[in-house]
Design a protein around this ligand. Structure first.
Ligand SMILES: Cc1cc2nc3c(=O)[nH]c(=O)nc-3n(C[C@H](O)[C@H](O)[C@H](O)COP(=O)(O)OP(=O)(O)OC[C@H]3O[C@@H](n4cnc5c(N)ncnc54)[C@H](O)[C@@H]3O)c2cc1C
Ligand code: FES
Length: 277
């Protein structure tokens, strides 16, 4: 039977990572009882973070749960649940349920040319897929675009620093004040796309997009005009969620629910569901 009861998780560690954003490490408690479903989590899936007496909100994994029950998430403070989390200290026990939804199409990425584009907090659902691909090295080519507003809003600095030793990274910032010109381009994710596609040589076989929805949809339209198949472009879509399991209808996207049919969708699917905004 479907259980909506949260499992206890401990706040193990966190550090500030961008404006009003923290990178958290959690640990699933009583692993012998609760760990099994979490070990099946896939990159791009999400979980509901439950703050007793406050509420729940969905977050993606930046690092998937391991055998010790450890996992990570990047959390931006926006409202009641995230404010309550930011008030928690190391050692506090809160709740989580999941994993939920459909992750990135990992099987279809092997031996492919992959372009990854993350804007702002949208780098969160892409972090574990980048790590997984770098661990396996089972790709022909991978290039990563990360876009932010300014120096203060940059996220996942240690991770991006590590990635750029293995794959070309295009860090793009609208206001480059205080940043090294050798590491950061001035501009936006959309503005840098022609340059990135030029360096690819051959067209990318798969594109993964995450971030502000308008950025994703405009990028998808540009990539289709460039000749990439809408079925090969994948987006991560956010909607307000309550149940997270396809029961309440809050995350309705035309005839689909983002929580159970997504949050990752191909651009071909989204065109059918008339999401283009
Ligand atoms: C699949 C998925 C994955 C996500 N992953 C991440 C992640 O990895 N990291 C991250 O930081 N965030 C992520 N989010 C976003 C996160 O879930 C939201 O920011 C969430 O609302 C935070 O909860 P809160 O209670 O702190 O804020 P809320 O109280 O929900 O408020 C957040 C914002 O929404 C507005 N709002 C409140 N109620 C409504 C309403 N009924 N309709 C419309 N707007 C409203 C508020 O004014 C505020 O600006 C994800 C969302 C989804 C759907
Ligand atoms: S959140 Fe309830 S149906 Fe998606």
């Amino acid at each position: 039977m479907l259980s909506l009861t949260p499992n206890p998780i401990k706040v193990l560690d966190f550090y500030d990572d961008g404006e009003n954003t923290r990178h958290y490490q959690f640990c699933i408690q009583n692993p012998e009882q609760h760990l099994a479903p979490w070990l099946k989590a896939e990159s791009g899936q999400f979980f509901m973070l439950c703050l007793p007496g406050v509420g729940e909100a969905p977050f993606t994994f930046t690092a998937l749960p391991d055998e010790r029950g450890l996992f990570k998430a990047l959390v931006r403070k926006t409202g009641s649940v995230t404010e309550a989390l930011f008030r928690c200290g190391v050692g506090d026990v809160i709740g989580a349920r999941g994993p939920f939804g459909r992750g990135w199409p990992m099987d279809s990425l092997t031996q492919k040319r992959i372009l990854v584009v993350g804007g702002g907090c949208g780098i969160a659902p892409l972090a574990s897929v980048i790590e997984q691909m770098l661990d396996s090295q089972d790709f022909i080519q991978m290039e990563v675009v990360y876009a932010a507003r300014n120096r203060a809003s940059l996220m996942l600095n240690p991770e991006r620093e590590r990635w750029q030793h293995s794959v070309p990274m295009f860090n793009v910032v609208e206001d480059v004040t205080g940043l090294s010109e050798s590491e950061y381009y001035q501009g936006t994710a959309l503005g840098i796309l022609p340059k990135v596609l030029h360096t690819f040589g051959e067209q990318p076989d798969r594109v993964l997009l995450a971030g502000p929805e308008t950025m994703q949809t405009v990028a998808a339209e540009y990539l289709v005009a460039y000749g990439i198949d809408p079925k090969s472009i994948f987006l991560s879509i956010e909607r307000r969620m309550h149940c997270a399991v396809g029961l309440c209808g809050h995350c309705y996207l035309n005839e689909k629910y983002v929580c159970s049919h997504g949050p990752t969708f191909s651009w071909a699917e989204l065109l059918r569901y008339d999401i283009a905004c």
